[in-house]
Design a protein around this ligand. Structure first.
Ligand SMILES: [Zn+2]
Length: 168
């Protein structure tokens, strides 16, 4: 905790006033267009590798970037569902990204398993009626990404070939 407090003090001293000025538009509300679902892993920092700013990404994280499939209308198995519902209804997001990563503890550090897991979560998320409706009215796209820790390369899932292609 001490390291965190020291970091807050450093931020306060060196960057806070500039930050408040730069992001003053965010005090009136957030308008992110992307719901970014990823793993809790500390090495995965989506704002860094997507060059995003505060206000850009609506982020949901859990271990293994999972979205449980729809069960029944009174029992949403997925804790991601609240983020999905808020993202669609309130924020009018146009993209959902499910992002896995290399050396993922939840995948026993099996990179192929981690990629397959992203594809599985894309299938799972499409079991929700709210998602089906948004996709069919072309308001929403579901995307898969995969982040490689040792190279910091990001791969995009291509449904046509069922493969992940490096983003150059
Ligand atoms: Zn992970």
């Amino acid at each position: 905790m001490e390291k965190i407090i020291d970091g807050i003090k450093k931020f306060k001293k060196e960057s806070q006033s500039e930050y408040v000025k730069k992001y003053s538009h965010l005090t009136s509300g957030q308008t992110p267009k992307t719901l970014f679902i990823t793993c809790c892993d500390s090495r995965v920092v989506p704002t860094t590798f997507t060059s995003s700013e505060p206000g850009d990404l609506f982020v949901f994280r859990n271990v293994g970037n999972k979205v449980a499939p729809y069960k029944n209308e009174n029992s949403y198995e997925s804790d991601a569902y609240k983020a999905i519902e808020y993202g669609i209804k309130k924020l009018k997001i146009s993209d959902i990204i499910i992002c896995g990563h290399s050396e993922c503890g939840a995948m026993n550090e099996d990179d192929e398993k981690s990629k397959q897991n992203v594809i599985k979560q894309i299938e799972n998320i499409k079991t929700y009626q709210i998602i089906k409706d948004e996709i069919s009215s072309e308001n929403l796209k579901i995307n898969g990404l995969w982040f490689e820790i040792k190279t910091a390369n990001v791969y995009k899932y291509l449904p046509e070939t069922n493969e992940f292609e490096i983003i150059k």
